[in-house]
Design a protein around this ligand. Structure first.
Ligand SMILES: *[C@@H]1O[C@H](CO)[C@@H](O)[C@H](O)[C@H]1NC(C)=O
Length: 223
């Protein structure tokens, strides 16, 4: 009976969302295995905002966020092209936000928005807007959805390439099913009050790590 109760608690705990406030995921080495899988029950998205913070010293291309569905491997992707800019992909269609001040060895806040009604996408790096650009219009993302941090999916939940992997630290991952207002995005960037993600919420995150990824305390400035 005791063992049964313990097993019941363990399985229950695995599904319980965790509050990761003040924490970060550390990817200490380049691999094609280390990853964090984020879980959402949402299956249809007609608009999105994804925000996260990242820190890396990678000089090569790397993935920051990878969302796949069975029919579209890059349904949502945020991907850094070294020395070129940041690629934002929706439903396998990408736009490049060039000329971004994406410095190495620096924490950055990165938000991307897209709305299928207008087809417009935008990147916000450290609270600063990009040009608004055309992406997919009309068609919705429709799941089931697999979201991976640390690797870039070339198939549904797999197809990883070490040369596209992320190494460094990631934190404060949120995703909404609508476009946040410019003021809300700037509040996120400044660590002020903002409405937590209603698709992914860092303060109540359902996730699983695989391979060498560590959940650690964040390294805040001392004051
Ligand atoms: C990754 O890049 C390195 C250096 O360019 C190359 O030698 C290696 O073959 C690449 N690995 C894969 C799996 O593509």
């Amino acid at each position: 009976m005791a063992l049964y109760l313990l097993l019941l608690m363990l399985t229950a705990c695995a599904a319980v969302p965790q509050d990761l406030s003040g924490k970060m995921f550390t990817f200490p080495q380049q691999t094609n295995t280390a990853q964090v899988r984020l879980t959402t029950s949402r299956q249809v998205l007609g608009a999105v905002t994804v925000c996260l913070r990242s820190f890396t010293d990678l000089r090569r291309d790397h993935s920051l966020f990878s969302l796949a569905t069975p029919s579209v491997d890059n349904d949502i992707a945020i991907y850094v092209y070294a020395n070129v800019g940041i690629h934002f992909t929706i439903r396998n269609k990408a736009v490049l936000f060039g000329g971004q001040d994406y410095k190495l060895n620096t924490w950055h806040s990165i938000c991307t928005t897209w709305d299928s009604a207008t087809g417009l996408a935008q990147l916000w790096l450290d609270g600063k807007p990009s040009s608004r650009k055309s992406l997919s219009t009309g068609s919705h993302i429709s799941g089931p959805i697999k979201i991976v941090l640390g690797q870039e999916q070339d198939s549904f939940g797999g197809g990883f390439d070490i040369n596209q992997s992320f190494a460094g630290m990631l934190s404060d991952v949120h995703m909404w099913d609508h476009v946040l207002s410019p003021c809300q995005i700037q509040d996120y960037a400044s660590d002020l009050n903002f409405p937590p993600g209603n698709v992914l919420n860092w303060r109540a995150l359902e996730f699983q790590t695989e391979g060498r990824v560590l959940l650690e305390d964040g390294q805040k400035n001392c004051s």
